[in-house]
Each structure stands twice: as C-alpha cells, then as structure tokens.
Ligand binder design. Structure first.
Ligand SMILES: C[S@@+](CC[C@H](N)C(=O)[O-])C[C@H]1O[C@@H](n2cnc3c(N)ncnc32)[C@H](O)[C@@H]1O
Length: 281
C-alpha cells in the first residue's frame, strides 16, 4: 500500500486549523498526529511515512478540532503537573496556568508530614490527584457539586486514596469535620464575570457553571474565602486561582478576614495576576 509523508498531513492540518481560528494550529496538528500514532509528539520525526488510514484518522480529528472541539476532548485526556486525567463532555478541562497554583501548594507542603489538603471545586479531580501523587502521605479531600464532573473525578481519582465529596462550597456546613484541620486549601473555582466573551472551546464545551460566577466573577470565591478560613489550622495556607481582572479584589477578600494574614497575589507566566494566597494566623 502506498505510504504518505506525515509531514504533508501535518502541514494540511495546520492550514485547516489556522483558517478555523484555532490559536496554536501547528501544535494542535502535531498533537493530533501523535495521538493517532500513539507516540509522544517529540517522536513524530521517527515516523516519516504513514498509511492512508492514519492520514484519514488525522483528517477526521482535524475536522472536529476545526469546529473548535477542545483538543483534550478529542484525545481524551489533559495533563496537570505530574498527572494526566480523563476529560470529555461535562467536565472542565484543566488548564496549564493551574500548575502554578499546584506548585505553590506543593511548596507549602514541603516540610509538613501527613498534611491535610482540601481541593475545592475539583472538577476532573486533577489538582487533588496531582497533590496526592506529588505528596503521597497527604490526606487529600476533593469537593465538587456537579454530578457529571463528579463522575469524571470518581474515574480519575480511582484508588488514589483521595476522599471525594459531593458538596456545594457555598454551603455553611461543608466538611464540618475538618474545621481547623487543613494544612492547605486549594481552589480553582469558576471566576469569569458573566457576559465575558470566551472562545468557542469554553462557551460550547466547558460547563457554564465551571466558568462563570456572577456579574463580577466573585460569587463562588467569596464563599471559598469564608470556607477556607474555617477549614485551615493555624499556619495553614489557602491558594485561590482567579481571573486576571481580580488581582486586587481576591486579595482584598482574603485580607478582610481577621484570621488570614500574609496575603499575596501571584502572576502567571504571561505576567497576569492569576492566584491569591494567604495563611491562617
Ligand atoms: C474552573 S472549574 C475547575 C476544575 C478543577 N479544579 C481544575 O482546575 O481543572 C470549577 C469547578 O467548580 C465546580 N463548582 C462550581 N460551583 C461550585 C460550588 N458551588 N460548589 C462546588 N463545586 C462547584 C464546577 O462544577 C467545576 O467543576
């Protein structure tokens, strides 16, 4: 059977994705090819020629991606730090910027033995799983409200030992058994102000309740701050991811709690305000 150059298939895929407005068309084209061939992206050069079926499989996925279906839905997984999680319809796709929150959280845990960690708004369970893999003696709890997201989280957390709770972080009695016990509370909540324009991958494929949170985007974060203040033990820390327009508002919410101190905000790699942190007095 006539084999075809993979390079040509990737060039054509890049062109189609570029015309569809996909932000990094060449990267996505290579990642789709790597997925079809089941090799790491960096090893594509080792497969210069491919069968027609491979070219057709790449073209099928490229057509979906050109309709702005998230790449992670097409390949079925997303990475966060040391872990990959399954993702698809009905669950928020973990984003690279959340790795900064993860790294900060792991630095807090560095010198703590058997720490108690709570991941609020866990979605796919990615943050909770990453903490439990990076810090195996941590006792990790994860909370999620949405039943579809919970199903993904249950699948991803498997037998990791992470305790998954169905719950609403705006409720006043959530995780009451852990009051004053947590060494670390992490949260990547919905934080986009309602009405903000977002790309089709987000508007059509991320659940709205995973993304938007009231007119100022702070509707869930306000409750997360209250809950974290209640859950943290003295010296425990909280980190909350936020919108780049909330670099003052979220630190102000943390600073308004008498029991929280050392409030700071942190930029992402593009220099935009991305997450706020504080410690329990
Ligand atoms: C931005 S997503 C983040 C998911 C995950 N932490 C991550 O980084 O990939 C926010 C998640 O919070 C959940 N959520 C929204 N409101 C909630 C609430 N009041 N209580 C619990 N979970 C909530 C959504 O269902 C969604 O899964």
């Amino acid at each position: 059977m006539l084999r075809q150059p993979l390079r040509l298939a990737i060039t054509e895929a890049t062109r189609i994705l570029g015309e569809a407005g996909v932000p990094s068309p060449h990267v996505d084209a290579e990642l789709i090819a790597a997925h079809v061939l089941d090799v790491p992206r960096g090893k594509l050069v080792l497969t210069p020629l491919v069968d027609r079926q491979v070219v057709e499989a790449i073209a099928r996925l490229v057509r979906e991606r050109a309709k702005r279906v998230p790449l992670q839905h097409l390949v079925g997984w997303a990475a966060l730090g040391p872990v990959t999680v399954s993702v698809g319809p009905g669950v928020f796709v973990p984003r690279p910027e959340t790795e900064l929150l993860l790294e900060w959280g792991l630095s807090v845990l560095a010198d703590r033995a058997a720490p108690v960690v709570v991941d609020l708004c866990t979605g796919s369970g990615a943050l909770a799983l990453a903490v439990s893999v990076a810090h195996p003696d941590a006792v990790v709890h994860a909370v999620e409200m949405d039943s579809t997201a919970l199903a993904w989280a249950r699948k991803n957390l498997g037998d990791s030992g992470v305790h998954l709770h169905a719950g609403d972080v705006t409720g006043s009695s959530l995780l009451a058994d852990l009051d004053g016990q947590a060494d670390l509370v992490l949260c990547n909540p919905p934080y986009v102000p309602v009405g903000t324009e977002v790309p089709p991958e987000v508007s059509e494929h991320d659940p709205a309740e995973a993304v938007f949170a009231g007119p100022d985007g702070l509707a869930v974060i306000r409750h997360v701050v209250t809950l974290a203040a209640r859950l943290l033990r003295p010296g425990g820390a909280v980190g909350i991811e936020h919108d780049d327009t909330q670099g003052e508002a979220v630190p102000a919410l943390l600073a308004a709690r008498m029991v929280l101190t050392r409030v700071a905000d942190h930029d992402d790699l593009a220099g935009r305000p991305r997450f706020a942190t504080a410690y329990r007095t």
